[in-house]
Design a protein. Sequence first.
Length: 100
Amino acid sequence: MTARRRILYGVLALLGAAVALLAWTLPPAAQLAVDTSAKWACQCRYIDGGGDKFCIGEDPLGFGGTDFRFEPDKRQVTASIWGLVEATGRYEPRSGCMVR
């Protein structure tokens, strides 16, 4: 085996390990981010009294990849990141906004 092939295999192995690490750590981080956005939007809308567009503009993630669905009849907001992970923040009068 030549030195070039060893280097190529080593680079491919490192790249594979990096992709595996990213796939392992991304879902918990994404869920935490969407939980935060759902709670934020719920508090903005149902506690602070902000409008839907204002609360979307104040999203703490701020990268524009978060989609929000406001359900005033249920007093809840569902946030999702590109449809991959989602969380719902629901307003309860004695507890405030709870994420589920």
